[in-house]
Ligand binder design. Sequence first.
Ligand code: ZN
Ligand code: ZN
Length: 182
Amino acid sequence: MTRFLLTEMDIAVVPLGGVGKNEIEGIARFLEGKLGRKVGIREGILPSGRAFSQKRGQFDGEILLAQLSGYKREGEALLAITDEDLFVPGLNFIFGISKIGGGIAILSLRRLREAAGRPLSRQRYEERVRKEVLHEVGHAAGLTHCKDDCVMKFSNSIYEVDEKNEDMCDRHKSQFLQYLNP
Ligand SMILES: [Zn+2]
Ligand SMILES: [Zn+2]
């Protein structure tokens, strides 16, 4: 597998199905600030009907990743944002999915809107989005899950998303920087 090197790549955010324009622009701006480089926005695409499970009312994340592989341009890292609910076989749902080290990631906003026992403020929602964007982009760059207090920690529930650190641990931060400045 060729390693995804951010310095050689353009980064693009692409809406996968209906997603608010402001939402997409907010994510692109966040990534620009975080990575210190230009992040483009590509024209939206529709999630493949083949990925939809009638029985579950959800989209299969693996099939969507395969769909995006065909859409990714050479020398580009792609972050797809969807409002559809995602799953992979064996899990009830997933917040997102990435091709680890492969420069492709998908994030679903659907479950990030869960109130989780208290009113959901705009602030808390945006914090969740930032955490999960960074988490998925981290995977796309080659980072794996972390057991420390780190944004790369695996989240099984929205409570775990709220609890985890918004930033990377020192180990992951330096790994990630190597991808940015190899
Ligand atoms: Zn993960
Ligand atoms: Zn970590």
